[in-house]
Ligand binder design. Structure first.
Ligand code: SAM
Ligand code: SF4
Length: 446
């Protein structure tokens, strides 16, 4: 019997992208993926609750699916991920056309949930059952060169603005043997780049029967034959250890890139956020990283308009951005989230002030990104080709080890390959280059 069709829409972070891949695998016996919701038998929305805007997008998509369901009443619709975890049963009440709800730890129960939904039940699975993080072995499709590998789930940090600990539960690490086996399979099928995922990878290994540190895990992964590039996200600045900093100098596959979310440059705001570090401590770690790996590219997350943030606090953030010299930043207006402490803090900042600060911050980041891209002009560097460029079908798009984006002319057969490219032009969001030869080590000045 031909397989039925599954359409998955993913919102949010890399963790959700990895979860959507797991959803496809969990249902692979009965469902093949389709890129068109109109022809699907099952539509699953993998949601993000980090800001209100992300939640609103889900509600609007759910609204538009009502029309599809009217046309094809046998269509099954499910909502999963962080909003599902937060709202549970309430989603079924708000959307009578919804068939099932599954939370952040309900993915591997999907075959049963979908079966029950097909029988007319409306199942809800949102238990945050604690225990060892026993995620099933993930298999990647042949030809895939980049893999997102979940090494832990949940978070114990309770930053005062963040909903993650409530929707993804307590922190749990996956057994190193399971992680290594999954990556070894991926590399045996010609995989090239691995990104290890967790909300705070620096606390990886706590609570395992035989505790392992994150730098120890990194060393084991880096030693696997065939691995060209190793990355990880996300690293909490408070727990960035000297051993992890040293790993950047020691492990060849570990890319010269670190995403180290600072959130704010003001000590007063960092304390109110419960981040556990000061601006000076953060900048000291930045200096240590640059000493270990002078070419390292640092990227970050920033929040503007956190409760109590004054113009002077915001200026501190702009100053820190210059001092840390970020190559890229994801920046957000503070969004009050249910259950979090900051939602009840006094001094909530007006929306117009948040909007104006975000624009100023993004203008500064654009300047810093362009400066970082310009520094690379004339270099010859390794690029992993990810696909066709968005601007022109005659061009390819890939990434440097620093994670900077490079577009260059080339045929589609080069997708998935590591190439050497001469960098010729800098733009605010990317670089332009010219393919010169198969791979050579990074960095090499022409
Ligand atoms: N675990 C990561 C860490 O601690 O850096 C962050 C994970 S979170 C999914 C990604 C980013 O979303 C955060 O770094 C923060 O900048 C942003 N974020 C989280 N909660 C937010 C909120 N309530 N309003 C605005 N941005 C928020
Ligand atoms: Fe949220 Fe903080 Fe945990 Fe990151 S470390 S997921 S920001 S609570």
């Amino acid at each position: 019997m031909p397989k039925k069709k599954l359409y998955i829409r993913t919102f949010g972070c890399q963790m959700n992208v990895a979860d959507s891949e797991a959803i496809a695998q969990a249902l692979a016996a009965d469902y093949a993926l389709t890129a068109r919701a109109e022809e699907a038998d099952l539509v699953l929305i993998n949601t993000c609750a980090i800001r209100r805007k992300s939640e609103e997008k889900v509600r609007s998509l759910l609204g538009s699916l009502r029309v599809l369901k009217k046309r094809r009443p046998q269509l099954l619709i499910g909502v999963g991920g962080c909003v599902a975890q937060q709202e549970g049963e309430r989603l079924l009440v708000a959307a009578p056309h919804l068939n099932l709800v599954f939370g952040t730890r309900g993915i591997w129960r999907l075959p049963d949930l979908v079966h029950r939904a097909a029988q007319g039940e409306r199942p809800v699975a949102v238990e945050l059952t604690p225990g060892v993080c026993a995620l099933p072995h993930r298999l990647r499709p042949a030809g895939q060169v980049q893999a997102l590998v979940t090494i832990m789930q949940g978070c114990n940090n309770f930053c005062s603005f963040c909903v993650v600990p409530y929707v993804r539960g307590r922190e749990e690490s996956r057994e190193p043997g399971a992680i290594i086996a999954e990556i070894a399979d991926f590399l045996a099928a010609n995989g090239k780049e691995v990104t290890l995922l967790g909300q705070n990878v620096n606390s990886y290994g706590r609570g395992l029967p035989e505790p392992v540190t994150f730098p120890e895990l990194l060393a084991k992964v880096a030693a696997l034959p065939g691995l060209a590039r190793l990355r990880f996200a996300t690293s909490h600045p408070r727990d960035l250890s000297p051993e992890l900093i040293a790993a950047f100098a020691e492990l060849e596959p570990l890319c010269e890139h670190l995403h180290l979310p600072v959130q704010s440059g003001s000590d007063k705001i960092l304390a109110a956020m419960n981040r556990g570090y000061t601006r000076e401590e953060y900048l000291k770690k930045v200096a240590a990283l640059r000493k270990a790996k002078p070419d390292i590219a640092l990227t970050t997350d920033l929040i503007v308009g956190f409760p109590g943030e004054t113009e002077a606090d915001f200026q501190e953030t702009l100053k820190l951005m210059r001092e840390a010299d970020f190559v890229q930043a994801f920046s957000f207006k503070y969004s009050p989230r249910p259950q979090t402490r900051a939602a009840g803090f006094p001094g909530q900042v007006p929306e117009a002030v948040k909007t104006a600060r975000l624009a100023r911050l993004q203008a500064l980041q654009e300047e810093l990104t362009l400066k970082a891209n310009t520094r690379l002009i004339g270099r010859v560097a390794e690029v992993l080709v990810e696909g066709p460029s968005r601007r022109s079908p005659a061009e390819l798009c890939g990434r440097l080890r620093t994670n900077q984006v490079v577009n260059f002319p080339g045929p589609p057969e080069l997708v998935g390959r590591l190439l050497t490219v001469k960098l010729t032009e800098a733009h605010p969001h990317s670089l332009k280059g010219r393919w010169v030869a198969p791979s050579t080590p990074w960095p090499q000045v022409a």
